[in-house]
Design a protein around this ligand. Structure first.
Ligand code: SF4
Ligand code: SF4
Length: 56
């Protein structure tokens, strides 16, 4: 289980700095979470303005 970013992402970048594991990076057209690095802490989901982040 890991958190995932849907296509509702508008690439605002707000989530990147909230991740304690550095699992979030800018991908092609939207931000992405590396499932192997994600700690499932949920910190990123709270700050997303479009609700694009949810648990897989
Ligand atoms: Fe995308 Fe939400 Fe992250 Fe902004 S906070 S880059 S909208 S996933
Ligand atoms: Fe990073 Fe936590 Fe979000 Fe996983 S759930 S991407 S560890 S902030």
């Amino acid at each position: 289980m890991a958190y995932v970013i849907s296509d509702a992402c508008i690439s605002c970048g707000a989530c990147e700095g909230t991740c304690p594991a550095g699992a979030i990076s800018e991908g092609d057209g939207q931000y992405v979470i590396d499932a192997d690095t994600c700690l499932d802490c949920g910190a990123c989901a709270d700050g997303c303005p479009t609700g694009a982040i949810s648990q897989e």
